[in-house]
Structure formats: C-alpha cells, structure tokens
Design a protein around this ligand. Sequence first.
Ligand SMILES: [Cu+2]
Length: 177
Amino acid sequence: MALHRSYLVVFALISTMIPVMTLAKELVVGDGKGWTINFDYQAWAQGKDFRVGDKLVFNYPVGAHTVLKVNGTGFQNCIKPPASEALTSGSDEIVLATPGRKWYICGVGTHCETAGQKLFITVQPQPSSVSPAMAPSPVQSNMAPSPVQSNMAVKDTVNYQLFFGVMVAVVTLALAF
Ligand SMILES: [Cu+2]
C-alpha cells in the first residue's frame, strides 16, 4: 500500500516535470532557408514564442556566413564585434539563457548592411516551474490560472500544457493521500 502510494507520488512529480521539459524548443533560424542573405528574419521571428531555455540554430555553409551577437546599436548599424567572437561552425547553436532583446548579425562582407542578414528577437521568461508537490496551496486553493501564471501575459498552448501537467499532478496527489 505504501509502495503503491509512492508510485503515485512519483507519477505526480513526473507529470509536472514533463510539460516543463518540453517547453524548451529548438528554433531553426530561417527554417529551411537557414541563415542566409536576402531573407526577412523579422518576418520569420514575427509571432514566434522565444523563451528562456529555447535554442536557436543557425544553419549555413561553413565560410559563407558567421553569427555575431550584438547590441541594439550594433544591430541597427551593423557594427561587427571582433571576428574572434563570431560563431563559424555552420550549425551554430545558441541557448537563450536570459530574457530580453537579443540581436544577431552576419559578420561576412556587407551581408548585414546590404542583404539584411540580421535577426532581432525578444526572449520571454520561462514560465515558473511551479511544483504542486512543493507548493500545493496556491494551485489547489484557486483553480484559475492566475496563481501559476501571474507573472506571464501569455495565452499560448504551451502554458495550457504546463497547467494541464500541474492539474494532473494535483489530482494524482489527491488520489494518493
Ligand atoms: Cu552572411
């Protein structure tokens, strides 16, 4: 009986963790076009949900382009940081570690200036990974999404997924005890 209960607890914890883990996405910049010239990266970024923990992937033929992280001024005026800072692998992965605005440009030739090879995104904070096992009261006392999502102004399916995971965990815990 005690064993049965601990299985339920473990299941509750896992069902909370799975949606949190699947929240991290891999975003291939430019999709099939990759990181290239004469592509509208602002249009590509439009409407996409960039979250802390997500990964950007820049795909391009080695030597054809580079990836440079710059600030807003660098983005506006295509100011290249030292070449030593460039990513050059042809399949560069950048994990979005902090929320806020991020700017990337190509450092080759005048790709940034004349061919629009620049990307600007705004990274949203990762939804707080509230564990109902650790803090059951705010989730159970109020079934509205607000206690879990109070610091987010988002209504995307990912958050519903997280909320669903929390609900499953709460119900499972309720059955266990
Ligand atoms: Cu380039």
